[in-house]
Design a protein around this ligand. Sequence first.
Ligand SMILES: [Zn+2]
Length: 158
Amino acid sequence: MIFLARSKEGNLLKFEDKSKPLGYVWYYFDKPLEALTKTLVANTDLDLTIVSGGKGETIMAIKPANTNSFKPTGSLKCLRCGTPLKDDTYKTCYTCSMEIKKELQNSPEEKEKQTSIKRQAIMHGVARTLIALQGQVDVNNVGSLIDMLYAKYQEKVG
Ligand SMILES: [Zn+2]
């Protein structure tokens, strides 16, 4: 049912009801629902559990139509683009999640990390080669040998 308003005293809730002559109906609500009723936004479609009691029809439970639980208004939107989300598993919609993932991969930090990993791999290869060449290399040429090996490995590692 479409919620319309709370009564001035706050003890009744007004809902749209086309079957009624005035087009709306007032309901009492169960005391534990009081805090929730203060957060209701007009023109929200709600599912009500109503029981007929002594003073009239009383709402025993309120939840948004077509869902299983009550979620505060506004929390189920993509943080980035505002697209309504079906549930709160993710803070952003699928499109934005993918974009954020891509941006993180292309971030300077991530690139620097990749470069550092490659550099270490290259230096590791160079060091191993130097060890393997021990005794066969002219010590005076080690510097240029390292340069040469580094360039060679860089070709491979990219
Ligand atoms: Zn989004």
